[in-house]
Design a protein around this ligand. Structure first.
Ligand SMILES: Cc1ncc(COP(=O)(O)O)c(C=O)c1O
Length: 481
């Protein structure tokens, strides 16, 4: 376990926990094996099938001699070299897989305790800790009180946003169908999102039985910074209602105001305020290792009505019989019966960092992204392609004059070149409105200002070399002509 902690975690000090148990790693004394300088994948070594070819096709029928030691050596020699280093300070791709020593220890504790809190009776303290922690986090995020247990709503900790969206959508679906005449009308239900909404929503809608052509993607534009237009949404809903269809659900991504607290909840909400749900991925930016997604709902009864399995009387304890509605059975709030005791990890993070510590952590990343954005803006060969919010910078290299049509290909090659540097940085891309752009998402626990400026140096260097190559090719073509 110690090996894993050394490899995967070290705190950058922003809001570091003052906890003796975790100090040696949190303060970052040079750890010989921390991954601050981890190399990214070498495409010459790591290609599909590379690991499967090196491992036996069958599990050993008996324990090997020194099995655990041998397996750990394989982790070091075969597995780690074949991983993308999400915990590297130079991992600026996708979104962060947030981590902290505290949460890793919380995970270890959870694994050791290994309870299954599907009902209150099955693990009373785990159930109640989850209720406490979602209320703590909800208050810290300044969510409406109606979403908290203390005011009649409530929350749960699921694995991912995909699950959270699905659960909220299924609850909204069943509630609406009950209002309009039952499941035979499922084909009339329509859901809404923008053309920038994560595919998770369309997937959830499909699983929930919403017809594929009843998922409206409201077009956004660069002029509006890809925001969902309320007028366009209203028009789409009106047209659907006029056609006899039934607007059901809007998946909106809300950006929290810059302060307080500057976190980025992705939220899904039904058009009716009574049926609002909110979700926040704590494993993205809040130092709670994967997986940990909080879902809050204003009307838990709707979730339970859709996902409850009360005929499973065998799972109901005397406490539930006695206290009825006061007892939360989290199995009725999600897809699965078996579920993890995630609250312990999040509770430890909140206690060891405090809300201010987490704000400091997030703000440090936002500052670094702002400084990356300033560097992009200061170089006339580049443009920032979408207004930065928080810690994501989208940008692209502008092609030489007269070669606008080459812009996407140029940027595709730029990303390849940037990511080919084994020592990082590692970035990802997006295609928005036909424009290919690079994404620099700051959020790794270990990332510091210097990693961001070094990343920019690599981008500039690779861009200069690509532009030179383009120029040379053009002049050779001109001479030949
Ligand atoms: C806006 C948004 N929604 C949903 C998701 C899916 O999250 P998860 O992987 O937790 O299901 C992501 C993941 O990056 C996201 O960025």
């Amino acid at each position: 376990m110690a090996l894993a902690f050394i490899i995967i975690t070290k705190n950058n000090g922003a809001g570091a926990a003052q906890n003796d148990v975790v100090l040696p790693v949190e303060t970052g004394t040079a750890q010989p094996q921390n991954n601050a300088n981890a190399r990214f994948l070498d495409p010459d070594d790591v290609h599909p099938g590379f690991l499967r070819r090196q491992l036996p096709a069958d599990a050993p029928s008996r324990p090997e001699l020194d099995a655990f030691g041998a397996a750990l050596r394989d982790v070091r020699d075969l597995i780690l070299p074949g991983l993308t280093h999400w915990q590297s300070p130079r991992h600026l791709a996708h979104f962060p897989a947030s981590s902290s020593t505290v949460a890793a220890l919380g995970e270890a504790l959870t694994a050791g305790i290994n309870v299954v809190p599907f009902t209150w009776t099955a693990s009373p303290a785990a159930t109640e800790l989850e209720m406490v922690v979602v209320d703590w986090l909800g208050k810290a995020l300044h969510l409406p009180e109606t979403l908290l247990f203390c005011s009649g709503g409530g929350g749960t900790l699921l694995g991912t946003t995909c699950e959270a969206i699905l659960c909220a959508l299924v609850a909204a679906r069943d509630s609406k169908l009950a209002d309009i005449g039952g499941s035979r009308r499922i084909g009339d239900l329509v859901v809404y999102c923008s053309d920038q909404t994560h595919f998770a929503f369309r997937k959830a809608a499909h699983i929930a039985g919403i017809h594929r052509d009843n998922c409206r993607e409201i077009a956004t534009s660069r002029d509006d910074m890809f925001a969902l237009s309320p007028a366009a949404l209203r028009a789409a809903m009106r047209a659907d209602a006029d056609a006899g269809l039934v607007p059901l659900f809007l998946c909106a991504r809300r950006w929290a105001p810059p302060r307080p607290p500057p976190w980025t909840p992705s939220a899904s909400s039904a058009p009716s305020r009574q049926r609002t749900a909110r979700g926040v991925n704590a494993h993205k930016w809040l130092l709670a290792n994967t997986d940990c997604c909080a879902l809050w709902v204003r009307a838990p009864a709707l979730l339970v009505a859709a996902l409850g399995t009360e005929q499973e009387y065998i799972l109901r304890g005397a406490a539930a019989e006695e206290h009825g509605g006061d007892v939360v059975a989290y199995k009725d709030w999600s897809v699965t019966l078996t579920r993890r005791f995630r609250a312990l990890k999040l509770w430890l993070v909140l206690r060891c960092y405090g809300i201010e510590g987490l704000r400091g952590h997030v703000r440090a990343h936002v500052r670094m992204a702002a400084s990356f954005e300033s560097m992009v803006e200061a170089d006339a060969r580049f443009e920032v392609t979408a207004t930065r919010r928080f810690a994501l910078v989208c940008f692209r290299l502008l092609p030489p004059e007269g070669k606008l049509e080459a812009a996407n290909e140029l940027n595709r090659r730029l990303l390849e070149e940037v990511n080919a540097a084994g020592s990082g940085p590692y970035m990802s891309s997006a295609m928005v409105g036909g424009v290919y752009m690079l994404r620099c998402a700051v959020g790794s626990t270990l990332t510091e200002e210097r990693h961001v400026s070094e990343a920019w140096n690599v981008v500039q260097d690779r861009a200069a070399s690509l532009l030179r190559k383009m120029e040379n090719t053009s002049s050779t073509a001109a001479c030949t002509a």
